[in-house]
Design a binder for this molecule. Structure first.
Ligand SMILES: Cc1cc2nc3c(=O)[nH]c(=O)nc-3n(C[C@H](O)[C@H](O)[C@H](O)COP(=O)(O)OP(=O)(O)OC[C@H]3O[C@@H](n4cnc5c(N)ncnc54)[C@H](O)[C@@H]3O)c2cc1C
Ligand code: SF4
Length: 377
């Protein structure tokens, strides 16, 4: 969620946060001009990078990787040992050597990078990955080097292959967010893993392991997570994570699910993202406000709602998008705790402005939806 992500300038929850400026890009000299200032004059181009998906572009098909003998043997072994586990081995298309990972990165830079930033926050019916890089797993296991990857992206921009906002957006994810997350983990562990500041305890619903749920956005995000071990950031944060946040799913169970399903999942990067960023379980250590959103956000960012049995413009009653009432119920539940957070002031004010009768109706409906989707408390 580039738009609402905490951004620069010495704020808690900022990947560039520092009392001495903007060290990661400064120290490594990425995307700086000859005076050591940010290229283009800004540290952050998020405002150019928030487009929703309207189905007007055609994302490129990804190259098919020919599996070598070892890969085929391992796939067969997995099939035999875990026949009932989720996942679709027929769609396995991951690089297993540094050379293949280099080729995947080269494909991204050539065919996707220019649109990466623009559609970074988008949610699409037509594509599981849009213009994302699909390199997290290679970075995490050492098939790609993070700094070299950023430099290749910078070179692409200098050669006119992509916009500055695309290059800056990508570099900030890797040099900014990825390193920030690593810092949070090593600074605060092992206690960090036990945090549960919102005191959530609802059990993870079984459909997290099948994707069998009729909320279209969730069905798509969970379905591809189980099949491919991949979902992009906004699916992880604003569709699945947001649902878990709004319904108060038990932090540890949600973290275990994320650790189990994604091919790029290692605890140092998964835990702060899930417990901290998605579930606000660290009380704001990682992100200065909870990433809670109603169905309107999901509608704005893509085209799942048009294929859904629910309506994002309805809050209560048959066919109302469950995210809407659950969002208001979440605010009501935590209004005291969030009362001092200036970044939550507007949302809370919008809730408090509603007439008491309407609030009651919403809360009753939310409770019904909570029981139906997650189970009775
Ligand atoms: C709840 C949740 C759980 C997550 N779990 C993981 C995880 O287990 N492993 C993991 O590598 N990433 C995780 N992320 C971060 C991010 O979603 C993935 O790195 C990204 O979706 C991988 O797809 P991509 O390579 O196509 O990324 P792109 O969208 O193309 O981004 C480029 C690169 O930036 C880096 N990056 C972007 N955002 C983050 C971030 N928040 N934290 C760390 N690196 C980031 C990744 O290395 C990624 O490959 C999680 C995010 C959330 C919200
Ligand atoms: S209507 Fe609600 S549940 Fe359905 S796709 Fe839109 S946001 Fe998701």
């Amino acid at each position: 969620m580039t738009g609402a992500r905490p951004c620069h300038a010495n704020r808690r929850g900022c990947p560039y946060r520092s009392s001495s400026g903007h060290p990661p890009v400064r120290r490594h000299g990425v995307l700086l001009d000859s005076d050591g200032e940010p290229e283009g004059g800004r540290w952050n181009y998020d405002r150019d990078n928030r487009a929703g998906w309207r189905g007007k572009d055609v994302p490129p098909s990804r190259p098919v990787l020919e599996p070598d003998q070892v890969t085929c043997d391992v796939l067969q072994l997995v099939e035999q040992a875990f026949p009932d586990n989720p996942g679709d081995l027929t769609r396995f298309n991951l690089a297993v050597t540094a050379e293949q990972a280099d080729q995947q990165l080269a494909f991204f830079i050539e065919h996707c990078l220019d649109r990466f930033g623009h559609y970074q926050d988008a949610l699409a019916e037509e594509s599981d990955w849009l213009y994302h890089s699909l390199v997290s797993m290679y970075l995490n296991i050492g098939l790609l080097d993070p700094l070299d990857t950023c430099r290749q992206v910078e070179t692409a921009w200098r050669e006119g292959k992509c916009t500055l906002s695309a290059a800056e957006g990508f570099v900030r994810q890797v040099l900014g967010w990825r390193e920030y997350v690593r810092g949070v983990y090593w600074l605060y562990m092992p206690d960090y893993g036990d945090l549960n500041s919102l005191e959530t305890d609802a059990p993870l619903p079984d459909w997290f392991w099948s994707g069998d749920i009729d909320l279209r956005c969730l069905q798509r995000a969970i379905g591809q997570s189980l099949d491919l071990g991949y979902a992009h950031h906004i699916q992880r944060l604003m569709v699945i994570g947001n649902f878990a946040l709004l319904t108060g799913l038990a932090v540890q169970e949600v973290c275990e699910w994320y650790l189990a399903v994604y091919v790029d999942a290692f605890e140092w990067v998964e835990l702060p993202n899930t417990l901290g960023m998605a579930l606000h379980g660290d009380g704001g250590l990682m992100a200065s406000k909870p990433y809670a959103a109603s169905g309107k956000y999901i509608q704005r960012q893509g085209n799942h709602c048009a294929q859904c049995r629910y309506r994002p413009d309805r809050v209560t009653g048959e066919g109302a998008c469950p995210y809407n009432s659950l969002y208001w119920a979440f605010l009501e539940r935590h209004k005291e705790g969030f009362g001092n957070n200036p970044r939550m002031a507007l949302a809370l004010k919008n809730w408090e402005r509603k007439p008491a009768g309407e609030q009651r109706e919403i809360l009753v409906w939310a409770s019904r939806e909570q029981d139906r989707l997650v189970g009775e408390a």
